[in-house]
Design a protein around this ligand. Sequence first.
Ligand SMILES: NC(=O)c1ccc[n+]([C@@H]2O[C@H](COP(=O)([O-])OP(=O)(O)OC[C@H]3O[C@@H](n4cnc5c(N)ncnc54)[C@H](OP(=O)(O)O)[C@@H]3O)[C@@H](O)[C@H]2O)c1
Length: 396
Amino acid sequence: MSGTSWSQSGAGVTRSSVRPGVLSRLVGAVWSVEQAVEGLLVDHWTPNRIPDLSGKLALVTGGNSGIGLEVCRKLVENCATVLLVSRDKQRGEEAAAQIRASLMSQGGSGPGSGTISERIGRIVVLQADLLSLRDVQRLIGEVKRHTREAGGLHMLLCNAALFQPGAHAVSSEGLEQTLAVDYYSHVELTLGLLEELTRGSERGGGARVVLQASQAEAFGSLDFNNLKASRPPVGDKFTDSGMSAYGSAKLWMLMFAEELQRRLRAGGGAAARIDVFGVHPGLVDSPLMDKADTQRHLNAALLVMQNMFLGMPTWRGSLPALYALTEPSLAGKGFQYIGPNWFNLHMLGVRSPGSRLWRTGGPELRSRLFEETASLLQQLGHPPAHLPKPAAALAT
Ligand SMILES: NC(=O)c1ccc[n+]([C@@H]2O[C@H](COP(=O)([O-])OP(=O)(O)OC[C@H]3O[C@@H](n4cnc5c(N)ncnc54)[C@H](OP(=O)(O)O)[C@@H]3O)[C@@H](O)[C@H]2O)c1
């Protein structure tokens, strides 16, 4: 990678420096009360409603930390087999050990079949650096070995992300780093696993793809002449790997999700029963902010400060993703964008992306982004394994 790589921002404003443990616990307690009240007033969905997931295979990127870790925990608790993807093998194993320990502490109680030791066997750690498309390809190969045993893939959560890592830098394939991790790797992964998802859908009565977005999509932009954002021209928005790149990656993800859904539905067969959802977690007190370069990005520093008072605990931030991955009544609903409002309330609300491009671009813009993303991946030597045809082409 060239340019400044992401830093742990030791000298910047970090979440832990502004929010000591005691305050975290206090804020956590407030959100628990809020959750109970909201459950009475608005919706009653909690992870207790996750059905028995025995026989289902899930893949979660960024599963070693924050929201992804929470999602893995709940899926395993409900008897799914989980492929936990981590950029660092050791940290992935530590996360898996944490999940096993929390299962042990429950003493085997919980929904679904299987003894506790069988469930503990159901987390598999896979290492992949999503900054590299080559590594994504390798990951796809590894996942396929597991899907053969499981009869396909039933749930895919594209959750890993870089957030304002610092100065502009590009991956070895020439993609701006945030776009590479948050968007391109997830497109490559999803299209690379479509056959496995289709098989999962055929045998398991449907499959789900969930893309973890952010309210930052509202700050996203799109310039078809600069999809790689590898050499930001003067005046271009991608002058660093800050909010523009993050917002754009999240916006493009949602556009990809909606377009993928249209194409899968139009294509018919078992693939048409794959539901694709976009979700966002609201503002969450996760390690994400600690990795932002708050010295370089003032807005990241402000978000860290905001997090001090509003940041929800990760269990709450995991609700939209868990709901989208597992709620039976969502089967066949097709693309929805699910998450809380700007006040972190009503976690499972159906939202409309705030970006002007979403409203004005319509299906044509989403289809064009889909095609151009696929051809860029091809140019880079990593053509997506499966490319569903546009809905219009199938209709004629
Ligand atoms: N926290 C919030 O307020 C918030 C708000 C809106 C949206 N989100 C979204 O929620 C999702 C989860 O974030 P989080 O808050 O749970 O933060 P997190 O704990 O930092 O999780 C991000 C995950 O992505 C992984 N990742 C980063 N770069 C990677 C790479 N090159 N290869 C593979 N994995 C990589 C991280 O791995 P490492 O542990 O190795 O860094 C980590 O596991 C993200 O998509 C984020 O954009 C979060």
